[in-house]
Design a protein. Sequence first.
Length: 146
Amino acid sequence: MFEDFKVGEKYISPSRTVTETDVVLFAGLSGDYNPLHVDEEFAKKSIFGGRIAHGILTLAISAGLGDRCGWFDGTAIAFLGFEEVRFTAPVKLGDTITVEVEIVDKRESRKKDRGIVVQKRTVRNQRGEIVMEARFVHLVKRSSQS
């Protein structure tokens, strides 16, 4: 419930390794066949030295990992959007990513049965390097006592 969220609270998600299968399936699903993602020979000659995951794939995986913390189980009404999304380093095939989730803001909505919770999600690879940062905004239920 909205009242249970405390600004400053932090959680660390489980980790997940990004695989070739993830990238291939995401390319097929999204239609994004940029050679940086799907052509090893092309990608070897790039500044990355090999294939990398789609930024939007990293964002999607971070959404799932962050939600595995369980904060929104039974209380989420709607996902309102992403803010300030930044891809700061590539995610290479075989990288293992983890998400740090921090509650950075919460505010009441016009309707008394709900509130808005804003999280900062920082995604790091297995070397501790930040690969993505974003703010996730959710509409959540408030308790009936409010």
